[in-house]
Write a protein that binds this ligand. Structure first.
Ligand code: ADE
Length: 276
């Protein structure tokens, strides 16, 4: 297939081969900072309003892009990267803990994702359900398994705790890896009552602001997706302080897991058709 260039600033040959690239998305540049230096032969371009980097990792073509914060941004860039041929999507970044057992730098792999700020209950829909859509969007089980395995390895090797990859500091708590429901909404949750409400209504383990919107788009197009989040705060009264203090390191932890997923995917050279 001929290479195509994107409209906007630079040109980005997304479809240079017969196999589909993997989209890696994050809301903020710092959430991709640990990942993009690992891409081989990187080329930067703007995808319309979005910053993107194309490169390869472990034999797969990767399209990494920053969506901006919130569900609309996440949906917009997801739609665009799928239109450019992305065959799977990995969303990486930080989240606020809803599960009281979770601490900063713990890792959450989505089993499914909901939009906690959607309410069409007056018409009989379940909490978070968009009419015509399921009450929750399910992650691709194989991708989620790969992410859980990668998270376990990252914790064992200490990488998840250290933004610089130097390993766990002596005596530091080993991060937990949890699989469960991720709740997305256009609100930074920083209030114990709000946190408890979302936890009770949805049984979600953490809150963020993009994942379920990307999931909704992927589901409509039948594209497998996974979300990897690392805890930056407790979604409580300290959240704004903790978010600033812990985001860089937590973002690095989640990005290490995504790199582990890419490493575990069959490379195009070995098995071109196995992901889809
Ligand atoms: N991302 C990181 N922390 C968050 C929070 N408390 N609420 C929503 N999104 C977040």
């Amino acid at each position: 297939m001929a290479a195509r260039s994107l409209s906007g600033g630079g040109s980005l040959p997304l479809l240079g081969g017969p196999h589909r690239p993997i989209a890696v998305l994050a809301a903020m540049p710092e959430e991709l900072a640990a990942l993009t230096p690992e891409l081989r032969n990187p080329s930067r371009a703007r995808v319309g309003p979005f910053e993107a980097v194309r490169g390869t990792a472990y034999g797969r073509v990767v399209l990494a892009a920053v969506s901006g914060v919130g569900k609309v941004n996440a949906a917009a860039v997801t739609q665009r990267l799928l239109a450019e041929g992305a065959g799977a999507l990995l969303f990486t970044g930080v989240a606020g803990a809803l599960d009281p057992e979770l601490r900063p730098f713990d890792l959450v792999i989505a089993d499914d994702a909901v939009q906690h700020d959607v309410d069409v209950g007056a018409l009989g829909y379940a909490p978070g359900q968009v009419p015509g859509e399921p009450p929750a969007w399910s992650a691709d089980p194989a991708l989620a398994d790969l992410a859980a395995a990668a998270a376990g390895d990252a914790c064992d090797g200490g990488h998840a705790l250290a933004g610089d990859g130097a390993g766990c500091a002596e005596g530091e708590r080993r991060p937990r890896v949890v699989r469960g429901r991720i709740a997305s909404g256009d609100r930074f949750v920083a209030d114990p009552e709000e946190r408890a409400r979302i936890r009770a209504a949805f049984g979600a383990v953490c809150a963020e602001m993009e994942g379920a919107a990307a999931a909704q788009i992927c589901a409509r197009w039948g594209v497998p997706w996974a979300i990897v989040r690392s805890i930056s705060d407790g979604a409580d009264g300290d959240a704004s302080v903790d978010f600033r203090a812990f985001t860089e390191r937590a973002a690095g932890a989640a990005a290490q897991v995504v790199l582990g997923v890419l490493r575990r995917l069959p490379s195009e050279r070995e098995d071109p058709g196995s992901l889809r």
